[in-house]
Design a protein. Structure first.
Length: 260
C-alpha cells in the first residue's frame, strides 16, 4: 500500500501549492503526480496487481470546490452578493481496461448556485468533460484502485441581474434590454484523480469480478487556459483571478466486469 500513501502525499502537495504556482508549474506537477503514482507499482512484486481486462460504465454525483475568492472579494466590495465557492456535480462516464491500462471518458454538469441581496441576483453554472488515461494499481476480487489523468475542457457562466430594473411589461424590456450581464470563464482543463471501485453484487473471484459497482473518486480540476473572464467573447481587463479549478469528491454507481 506504499504507492497509495505516496499518491495522496503528492496530491496534498499539489493542492497546497496550486494557488501560488504559475500555469506551467501546475501542469508539470499534475503530470508528475500521475506518472509517479504508476511508478510506485514497481516497489515490490507483492504490490503488483494481476493483469485484467474489461470495462465499466457509471453515474456520478458529488461536490466540486471552486477558486472564487478573488471574485467574491470584488463582488462584496461593490455591493453584490457573494457566490458559493463550489457546486454539486452530476454526470457519468465509462472506461475499458486492457492489461490494467485504463482508457475512457467522463462528463459533468455543475448544478450551480444562486445568491441575492436587495439589489442584485447572481447565479453560476457550467460543466466539463474529459478523456481519461489511467492504470489499475491495486486489485482484489472486491476492489480496484487506480489514478486517472484527464484532458478536456469546460467552463462556467455567471449571470448578474439588476433587480431594480426588472421591466413592468414586454415593451419596457425592448426599450431598455440592458438589465442582465453574463460573464464566462473556461477553456482547456486537466483532471487528476484517484478512484476506488467496489463490486457490491455479482461474481467475485481471482479470475473474474463483475456486476454492480459502487465507488468513490477524489481529485483536482485545473483550468490550464487561465482564470480570465469574458463578456460577449471579449476579455474583461482587470478580471479577478477566479474560476472553477478546485478539488472534488464523487460517489460512483454503475456496473461492469474484469477478467484475467
Amino acid at each position: 500500500m506504499v504507492y497509495i500513501i505516496n499518491y495522496f502525499t503528492f496530491a496534498t502537495y499539489l493542492y497546497l501549492k496550486t494557488i501560488i504556482m504559475d500555469k506551467k508549474s501546475k501542469i508539470i506537477i499534475l503530470i508528475a503526480v500521475f506518472l509517479s503514482s504508476i511508478n510506485f507499482t514497481g516497489f515490490s512484486q507483492e504490490t503488483k496487481p494481476n493483469k485484467v481486462s474489461g470495462g465499466m460504465g457509471y453515474f456520478m454525483v458529488g461536490y466540486s470546490g471552486f477558486n472564487l475568492g478573488g471574485m467574491n472579494t470584488l463582488l462584496k466590495d461593490n455591493g453584490y452578493p457573494e457566490l458559493t465557492n463550489g457546486s454539486f456535480t452530476f454526470g457519468g462516464g465509462g472506461h475499458f481496461i486492457v492489461n490494467n491500462f485504463i482508457i475512457g471518458g467522463e462528463g459533468h454538469g455543475l448544478s450551480g448556485s444562486k445568491s441575492s441581496n436587495a439589489n442584485y441576483d447572481l447565479a453560476i453554472g457550467g460543466g466539463y468533460g474529459f478523456f481519461n488515461l489511467g492504470y489499475i494499481l491495486y486489485r482484489n476480487p472486491t476492489v480496484n484502485i487506480y489514478p486517472l489523468l484527464g484532458f478536456g475542457g469546460g467552463g462556467a457562466t455567471i449571470g448578474i441581474t439588476d433587480k431594480s430594473k426588472i421591466p413592468e411589461n414586454f415593451n419596457a424590456l425592448l426599450e431598455n434590454p440592458a438589465r442582465e450581464s453574463h460573464i464566462t470563464n473556461g477553456g482547456f482543463m486537466m483532471n487528476l484523480s484517484v478512484g476506488a471501485d467496489f463490486f457490491i453484487a455479482g461474481a467475485k473471484n481471482e479470475d473474474f469480478s463483475g456486476g454492480w459497482i459502487m465507488g468513490i473518486k477524489a481529485g483536482y480540476i485545473y483550468n490550464t487556459s487561465g482564470d480570465d473572464w469574458y463578456f460577449n467573447n471579449e476579455k474583461i481587463a482587470g478580471s479577478p483571478n477566479a474560476g472553477i479549478s478546485g478539488p472534488y469528491v464523487r460517489l460512483v454507481i454503475g456496473g461492469g466486469g474484469l477478467e484475467k
